[in-house]
Design a protein around this ligand. Structure first.
Ligand SMILES: [Zn+2]
Length: 435
């Protein structure tokens, strides 16, 4: 009898779905960036939940149906943003209640994520601070392009972060950690350069969606966007650094395509952008007729690569190109540097060493400097000071660097400054002969 059979099937399905909804919380993490705090509950299966806020004191309450907790909900208090305490209980046998005590009132956003390569089911809760004084620390002073002798602004983008560890080495070194350290070193070097200033798209262990990264650079009116990464490849012997620009049409090689896939995939892993409906911008970005931007990107990439070549081993002899989303800014020249292969055990070790991180930072900044001294944007301090002017020696400078930066011969630079050898002291003012 067909009617009876289908009702039996319906009852079985209902039972199955009830059983499937019994979930266990198997992990708990908190990330905080300047704008929001993100709490993530790992679940061993899908479940349903309710979420609400309470005031005086501010709290967020999460009720998970038919769920239990498998471990203590501990977190790193230094990186917990607005969350001050987390506790849980069982108001009735079908509900697991998790309560977040907060330091202020918040707006909520939450969603469930399906399993990916790295994680299982997750409930993500974003706590968006309501208080006005909690401004993103990155938004400092806007670069005013009309300001005479303005600084050149370099946006430094440390890849991955938060839920997205990036590539992971054999000894568990995470790309997101080492690239942040290199990015911070690079910021230091650039900030110490006359006429240059750096801003970071992230300065902590949190995730920033890929398009959000270059959006930050655009808001800061950056003259250049540099994304810092560490490579991974199935063959552990592969090593060396590489520099990429956005390709005209997708990837220029199979290798670059694979790489682009793994870098772009991070948006699926770590940054779910439910409110990211900026289709207008997306269509602008697809327009690859931004030839001036692309030409500038290629030039600065070549300068960075040649500087890296003088520093250590490079993976390829030329600048690569691939369709990295993070490079798709229509109006900010953008490059991506794969500093080393984290999949190569020797390079993995090096990536964790401060000395290597600083060496990378210096090499990248030297390339950037060479580019901007050769083609400075009008109205910048560097445009006003690079020709036939004076230059104060800063740390890490060599006579050869300075000569090539100003496009003068080493001989004429030596003669103008009465220098015989190669020793120059930090702080010395050099006369730059007209080329
Ligand atoms: Zn990466």
């Amino acid at each position: 009898m067909p009617v009876n059979r289908s009702s039996v099937i319906a009852a079985v399905l209902l039972l199955a779905s009830l059983q499937a909804s019994a979930a266990e919380v198997t992990g708990f993490r908190v990330w905080a960036d300047p704008a929001k705090t993100r709490a993530v509950l790992d679940l061993d299966s899908k479940t349903t939940y309710k979420l609400f806020t309470l005031d005086n004191p501010s709290r967020v309450v999460v009720d998970l149906s038919r769920s239990s907790v498998a471990m203590p909900l501990t977190f790193d208090e230094d990186h917990a943003g607005v969350i001050t305490r987390v506790r849980h209980g069982q108001p009735d046998e079908n509900i697991l209640r998790v309560v977040f005590d907060l330091s202020g009132s918040v707006n909520l956003k939450s969603f469930l994520l399906s399993p990916t390569a790295q994680y299982g089911h997750r409930l993500v809760i974003d706590l968006l601070s309501k208080s006005k004084q909690q401004k993103p620390s990155m938004v400092k002073r806007m670069a005013d392009v009309n300001e005479p002798n303005r600084d050149i602004v370099i946006a430094i983008d440390a890849g991955h972060g938060g839920e997205d560890p990036g590539a992971v080495g054999k000894n568990k070194t995470r790309e997101k950690d080492v690239v942040l350290r290199i990015a911070r070193e690079l910021k230091k070097v650039i900030d110490s350069e006359p006429g240059m200033r750096a801003v970071m798209t992230r300065d902590g262990d949190y995730y920033v969606p890929l398009r959000g990264r270059y959006e930050k650079a655009r808001k800061q009116r950056a003259d250049l966007f540099i994304s810092i990464h560490a490579d991974a490849f199935s063959k552990r012997s592969v090593r060396g650094s590489s520099v990429f620009v956005l390709s005209a049409r997708g990837a220029s090689s199979e290798f670059a395509r694979l790489l682009a896939d793994s870098e772009n995939a991070s948006d699926l892993v770590g940054g779910v952008t439910l409110n990211d409906k900026d289709d207008m911008l997306a269509s602008v970005l697809l327009d690859l007729s931004q030839s001036a931007t692309r030409e500038a990107s290629s030039k600065v990439a070549a300068d960075i690569l040649s500087s890296l070549k003088r520093t250590g081993k490079t993976h390829k002899n030329h600048v690569g190109s691939a369709s990295f989303i993070v490079l798709k800014s229509p109006d900010v020249p953008s490059v991506l540097v794969e500093t080393a292969f984290i999949s190569n055990p020797r390079e993995e070790k090096r990536l964790t060493e401060k000395e290597f991180q600083q060496r990378m930072a210096r090499a990248i900044s030297r390339g950037v400097r060479n580019y901007f001294y050769a083609s400075p944007p009008p109205g910048t301090w560097i445009a006003a000071n690079r020709n036939g002017g004076r230059y104060v020696v800063s740390r890490g400078d060599t006579l050869g660097d300075i000569a090539s930066r100003y496009r003068v011969s080493l001989r004429s630079l030596r003669r103008a400054n009465k220098i015989r050898g190669d020793v120059i002291h930090v702080g010395r003012e050099l006369i730059i002969p007209a080329s």
